[in-house]
Design a protein around this ligand. Structure first.
Ligand SMILES: [Fe+2]
Length: 277
């Protein structure tokens, strides 16, 4: 097994590994904790293989909004047909931040990729946090923020292309709001990192609306700098696993006219602890 870093800060590409082989697991888990995003090239996983690999990390979280693989409801479909314009996950986000116990990570397996484009870009939220000044870090450590899914997956999304084409559903279940620390202590690595994102974070608790918006935008402006990002280009067979507690991601929707088809399995997480705890 060979591990090559994707950037100076985070992300790694793993070659020469077989995710079906339990003997590879310890090294892969260690790489996941260390690099936050791991790209394992050249896999051919059946849905059962995919689930077996995911279960070594923990129980499976079944996403209540995504369309499921009929034969394996724990596998969510991430699909854009060639005649569709909108992609799933185009906005910067962290999967499942709207849950009380946000998912540990998502494991995406590429089955069909466009001839160009369709990359996924990630941001390292621990590195962004460490780039801020100490007085700002001190202020952020004391804050909590609300996260919600209702404006993304809720009833108001009924007219979206994703909802109308059946790629997302169950709008009636998008009713929960949850409070998380703005700065968490990562449950596996112990690193401090920011846990807010533009898609699901609605406001910082206890602040005036203008204060909340200004602080979130200050964080987001830092996240948008390429220095804190890593970009993954996909080949058929690749598996990318990312740490939802340590990264943001977004799908680059630049491949209209081509089909992109992936299977996603998500591993359950835990409630998040504030950095000072
Ligand atoms: Fe996502």
């Amino acid at each position: 097994m060979h591990i090559r870093k994707l950037t100076g800060l985070f992300g790694a590409e793993i070659s020469g590994a077989d995710l079906r082989d339990p003997a590879c697991f310890d090294a892969i888990k260690e790489a996941f904790i260390q690099y936050s995003v791991i790209v394992i090239r050249g896999q051919r996983l059946t849905p059962d293989d995919h689930l077996a690999f995911a279960r070594r990390f923990g129980p499976i979280n079944v996403n209540r909004f995504f369309t499921k693989l009929e034969s394996h409801p724990e596998v969510a479909l991430v699909l854009k047909e060639k005649d569709q314009k909108g992609a799933i996950g185009e906005e910067w986000h962290t999967d499942h931040s709207y849950d009380v116990a946000p998912a540990t990570g998502s494991i995406l397996h590429a089955l069909e990729v466009p001839p160009h484009g369709g990359d996924t870009v990630f941001v390292s939220m621990a590195d962004v946090f460490e780039s801020l000044s100490e007085p700002v870090r001190r202020m952020l450590r004391g804050l909590s923020a609300w996260h919600s899914s209702r404006h993304v997956f809720g009833e108001t999304q009924g007219n979206s292309e994703a909802a109308q084409s059946g790629r997302i559903g169950n709008a009636a279940l998008a009713t929960q709001d949850v409070l998380h620390p703005v700065v968490i202590r990562h449950p596996l690595s112990g690193r401090e990192g920011l846990f807010v994102n533009p898609q699901f974070t609605t406001r910082i608790e206890g602040l005036l609306p203008g204060e909340s918006a200004a602080i979130l935008e200050m964080i987001y402006a830092q996240c948008r700098k390429p220095e804190y990002q890593a970009r993954v280009s996909w080949n058929v067979g690749d598996v990318t696993m990312w740490d939802n507690r340590a990264t943001w991601h977004k799908a680059i929707n630049d491949y209209h006219g081509y089909r992109r088809y992936m299977h996603r399995v998500t591993v359950e997480g835990c409630a998040l602890q504030p950095a000072q705890a």
